[in-house]
Design a protein around this ligand. Structure first.
Ligand SMILES: NC(=O)c1ccc[n+]([C@@H]2O[C@H](COP(=O)([O-])OP(=O)(O)OC[C@H]3O[C@@H](n4cnc5c(N)ncnc54)[C@H](OP(=O)(O)O)[C@@H]3O)[C@@H](O)[C@H]2O)c1
Length: 243
């Protein structure tokens, strides 16, 4: 049976690569994008498999509700949800100058967007025999990495982004617990540092390719039933065992 996947923020960057690789593996992939022309173009650029543009702004409840209706009407269930959409928030601002407004804008996408999308799609994930949720996190959200002596992550002072990804890691753990009885595995991935638009304005872009960055999310998106839930995986991360 063809598996059904949805990747949010998939018109470019890592989301696009994850969508491409899931399609190559034979899944029907809903390529979520908030802009229609960028989304259609990105879906058309993936020639392998069954890729369908899905209009989806994760900060807009109506847009999310419409996306659920469309996936339900066409596919009747969802097997894989990759919460990939994310923004950098403040860049180049001193920690003490970062405002609550800047945090709020970042949390709207990186945290509240994940809550809106996840809770809206849970009924369709419950119809899967092997539901999986992958949350795209970052080492910048790891309390372990941030707590290391002389942590370079702490010194970056990415107050909004780091704290949004730390919150996402907590969401991952609590959703994993809440969805355990449904057999839905919920895990967080970091891709490592990949030069995409999200870090274009920073000096720490890294040199991994999009394909490198997709390795962990693809692994977690393709877990067999009952493998692992509540884990945070990826380069430089080994902090929650999954259980
Ligand atoms: N690149 C890295 O080194 C790195 C490292 C750690 C974690 N990550 C995480 O990986 C994920 C993907 O990032 P990326 O590197 O691929 O960045 P990217 O190229 O900037 O892609 C971000 C995607 O999110 C979308 N997006 C932003 N706001 C949205 C909204 N309100 N609704 C729907 N989509 C929205 C963007 O759409 P638009 O084109 O419309 O803006 C874009 O498709 C993010 O969660 C990021 O935090 C990346």
């Amino acid at each position: 049976m063809t598996e059904i996947a949805l990747v949010t923020g998939a018109n470019k960057g890592l989301g696009h690569e994850i969508a491409r690789q899931l399609a190559e593996r034979g899944m029907r992939v809903y390529l979520g994008a908030r802009d229609e022309s960028r989304g259609r173009e990105a879906a058309a650029a993936i020639t392998a498999g069954d890729v369908r543009f899905l209009p989806l702004d994760v900060t807009d409840r109506e847009s999310v509700a419409a996306a659920v209706r469309l996936v339900d009407a066409e596919s009747g269930r969802l097997d894989v949800l990759v919460n990939n959409a994310g923004i950098a928030g403040e860049v180049g601002t001193e920690v003490l100058d970062i405002t609550a407004e800047q945090l709020r804008a970042t949390y709207e996408v990186n945290v509240l967007g994940v809550v809106t999308v996840t809770s809206a799609f849970v009924p369709l994930l419950r119809k899967s025999a092997n539901g999986r949720i992958v949350n795209m996190s970052s080492r910048l959200g790891s309390l372990t990495a941030l707590s290391e002596p002389d942590s370079r992550h702490r010194k970056r002072g990415a107050l909004a982004y780091s704290s949004s990804k730390a919150a996402l890691n907590v969401l991952t753990l609590l959703y994993a617990e809440a969805l355990r009885a449904d057999g839905i595995q919920v895990n967080a991935a970091t891709p490592g540092r990949v030069p995409t638009d999200i870090n274009a304005a920073t000096p720490w872009r890294g040199d991994r390719t999009a394909a490198d960055g997709a390795i962990t999310p693809i692994h977690l998106a393709t877990l067999p039933p009952g493998t692992m839930t509540g884990a945070f995986r990826g380069p430089g991360i080994d902090e929650s065992p999954g259980w």
